[in-house]
Write a protein that binds this ligand. Structure first.
Ligand code: AKB
Length: 320
């Protein structure tokens, strides 16, 4: 039986991860969703155990883990890149101290940790195309700095204390359930929402901006597959995972295939510089070799599914 605790359960990935873990491990698994008081959605609270938890409060985290005999923490609570640039102190506090608290509790109670890193660990000096797993990590955002420091900390806890901590470097994640909050890649989600709701979108990065992206089902599958991978086969703790890469122009074109009247214009803001500092595509051969990473979605398949799901969501929401 698994006793899993998920931090950041109200977030874009957290909400869908909690549902997926509850489905995957069955009714006897305890998947405790944790998040800040104002944020946890009703369906997460109603579908299994939950508690309010601030990852900055180590005592509360420790009590929750101990009392529930937790064996795995999926630590998803994080401040993303765009908000991080506006609130660097908050990004440092939550991203660094939150992870440090989780790793300390994991060390004390012999708990495994799944923690997402990001393509934000890379920077302008890193090879931009097919970025290798092991390469230059010199980011220019505070978010990226916290992810690099987090990766180093994760490796330290593994080698020094034997804490089984594993991580994937997520690209931009696209999903229809919960909107992302404060990332640079948020445009790749917002474009679908606006296309379905109003038929047009104003994008905050240029048309030729190319970034690696992934559909949520693959993002969740990747995390759970890595959690279940045989530790003896893992030579790394941190993995690039790739899926698809496209420019905003190509993304808009794929939406036009289904919504022919869709229009887009461009008003780049400060997030352009962040996007320009990240890779256009990543080499995920290490993840493929060590734990059989194998994503399912390409752009066309994702666009079809996103538009279907959002149409359904907005029809339900408006009662038509
Ligand atoms: C962001 O844009 O900040 C995130 C990320 C790539 O980690 N989606």
């Amino acid at each position: 039986m698994k006793n899993i605790l998920v931090t950041g359960a109200a977030g874009q990935i957290g909400t869908e991860l909690v549902t997926a873990l509850r489905q995957h491990y069955g009714k006897d698994a305890v998947v405790i969703a944790t998040g800040r008081r104002t944020q946890l959605p009703a369906y997460i609270k109603n579908s299994g155990p939950f508690c309010y938890l601030n990852v900055m409060d180590r005592n509360q985290l420790e009590e929750t883990a101990f009392e529930n005999n937790v064996d795995t923490i999926y630590h998803m609570a994080s401040i993303l890149s765009a908000v991080g640039e506006q609130k660097p102190q908050l990004a440092w506090d939550i991203n660094m101290n939150g992870l440090y608290n989780v790793l300390e509790v994991a060390r004390t109670y012999d708990i495994s940790v799944m923690w997402p890193s990001s393509i934000a660990v890379f920077g302008p000096d890193t090879p931009k195309v097919n970025t290798p797993n092991d390469t230059i990590l010199r980011p220019t955002t505070i978010y990226g700095v916290t992810k690099v420091a987090g990766e180093l900390l994760a490796n330290y806890y593994y080698h020094k204390y034997g804490v089984d901590v594993r991580s994937v470097r997520y690209p931009g994640i696209i999903s229809s359930e919960t909107p992302p909050g404060g990332g640079t890649t948020d445009y790749a989600v917002a474009i679908y929402y606006d296309a379905v709701q109003q038929g047009s979108y104003t994008c905050f990065v240029r048309e030729d901006t190319v970034l690696p992206m992934m559909y949520m089902p693959d993002a969740i599958k990747g995390l759970i597959d890595l959690a279940e991978a045989d530790n003896a086969k893992l030579k790394h703790r941190i993995f690039n995972i790739g899926s698809m890469s496209f420019s905003v122009g190509t993304l808009a074109q794929s939406i036009k295939e289904i919504i022919p009247d869709f229009t887009i214009d461009y008003k780049p803001d400060f997030r352009q510089a962040i996007a320009d500092s990240w890779p256009q595509s990543v080499d995920d051969s290490v993840a493929r070799a060590e734990w059989n990473w194998d994503p399912e979605y390409d752009l066309a398949k994702m666009t079809k599914d996103m538009i279907e799901k959002l149409r359904e969501k907005f029809t339900k929401d408006t009662g038509f």
